[in-house]
Design a binder for this molecule. Structure first.
Ligand code: PMP
Ligand code: GLU
Length: 408
């Protein structure tokens, strides 16, 4: 934040807000939009947002809800019918049984994560976050007054946390372990065996809870299997909160519907937080989400095949680009590109590109491509691109990046 303001001099802003960083994905997207408004040609690959429309039956359900004037306050936890649909989905997909009381619907998965951290994290509490991780986890922990404990998981472990690293990171103050598979930003997917090995460590530390963010669950390539911690280690389900939502799988980012399932007392505390904040998400969106969860899923195959083609095009282009390399992502729609070989060099216009932030800003300003520096995800030396963009945008963006890197 801008510390020079008169508000800061008067101690107006809360310390926890001054300590937090704004969302880098949102910030890079804002900069890209600003440049575009100034007439620049900028391609935005800085925000993970499917470029498809939601399935027609979802749109129809929303229109019907509007026509029937279903625009009232719902229960804080969300419409019972929606929580029942979520409960059916958990049972159908993973054999996990949650009653509707054990489910909270929020304004996106983001709000359910926020609610859970607000409900549980106190000053001094630690939250273990394997990095690279989505930009918002650490800042949500800071906003709750806690301490993010970032554990670096580099390319050598496929950007995944090992049991040894987990064991080492846990202290008596550890409250949560955040897990996200498929991962934003790396696309890494944890196997059943990898989750079992982490669960083995957690069994030795009964005070540590698991927050499993499964939002990219449906977006996986080449039949890579999905596993969720509560199903892999049922004995830990009583200290596991599982987060999911419709934003990514159903291309419904703007509808703002996400949900969490877990132990009843935790969900009740999260409902308390939500009851004093947003009350609930939009009713129309909730009806649309019921149609999404209960409806046919055949559209997904098409979405995923498009993402896979784009991923493969991106990997092929990165391979041809001097100074860049990338591990193949198994899921989600992000590529975490290693740009360390370029750092410390001067670009075509003589600027020193010392950090991944410099590189991301160079690409934005000079090449017209918005990505997000890896340091925002806790792993400097990388650039994250979202390939949930049209084939033509992606092709142009990749060619611009290649030209920009060739000129170093
Ligand atoms: N978790 C991860 C890992 C994400 O990338 C996102 C995307 N913003 C979210 C949660 C939140 O998604 P939403 O709030 O749109 O449901
Ligand atoms: N999850 C997406 C991303 O990481 C959307 C933006 C955000 O909420 O951070 O780009």
């Amino acid at each position: 934040m801008d510390h020079s303001s008169i508000y800061q001099d008067h101690g107006f802003f809360a310390q926890r807000v001054l300590s937090a960083k704004p969302s880098a994905t949102k910030e890079m997207t804002r900069l890209a939009n600003q440049l575009r408004r100034e007439g620049r040609d900028v391609i935005t690959l800085s925000q993970g947002e499917p470029d498809f429309a939601p399935p027609q039956h979802v749109l129809d359900a929303a229109k019907q809800a509007i026509d029937e004037n279903k625009s009232y306050y719902t229960e804080v936890a969300g419409l019972l019918a929606l929580r029942e649909a979520v409960s059916r989905q958990f049972e159908r997909d993973y054999g996990l049984r949650y009653s509707p009381d054990q489910i909270q619907v929020g304004c996106g998965a983001k709000q359910t994560l926020y609610n859970a951290l607000q409900a549980t994290v106190q000053a001094g509490d630690e939250v273990v976050i394997p990095v690279p991780a989505w930009v918002s986890y650490s800042e949500m922990v800071v906003l709750a007054g806690g301490k993010p404990v970032l554990v670096r998981c580099g390319a050598d472990t496929g950007f995944k946390l090992t049991p040894e690293q987990l064991e080492e990171a846990i202290t008596p103050r550890t409250k949560w372990l955040m897990l996200n598979s498929p991962s934003n930003p790396s696309g890494a997917v944890y196997s059943v065996d990898e989750l079992k090995a982490l669960a083995e460590v957690l069994r030795r530390h009964p005070h540590v809870w698991v927050m499993a963010d499964d939002i990219y669950e449906k977006i996986r390539y080449e039949n890579v299997a999905f596993a969720t911690p509560a199903a892999v280690a049922p004995d830990l389900a009583e200290r596991t909160l599982t987060i999911n939502g419709v934003s990514k799988a159903f291309a419904m980012t703007g509808w703002r519907v996400g949900y969490a399932a877990g132990p009843l007392e935790l969900i009740k505390a999260m409902n308390l937080v939500q009851s004093q904040a947003t009350s609930h998400t939009c009713t129309i969106s909730q009806y649309a989400a019921i149609a999404a969860l209960d409806g046919p899923m055949d559209f997904l195959e098409k979405f995923v095949s498009h993402y896979q083609r784009r991923r493969d095009n991106l990997l092929a282009s990165v391979e041809q680009t001097p100074g860049l390399s990338c591990l193949k992502p198994d899921g989600a729609f992000y590529a975490l590109i290693d740009c360390q070989a370029l750092l410390g060099q001067r670009n075509a216009i003589g600027q020193l590109i010392a950090t991944d932030q410099d590189f991301a800003l160079y690409l934005l300003r000079e090449a017209g491509v918005a990505g997000v520096p890896g340091s925002a995800f806790g792993l400097p030396g990388y650039l994250r691109l979202s390939y949930a963009a049209s084939d033509s945008d992606l092709e142009v963006a990749l060619s611009r990046i290649k030209t920009a890197c060739e000129s170093f």
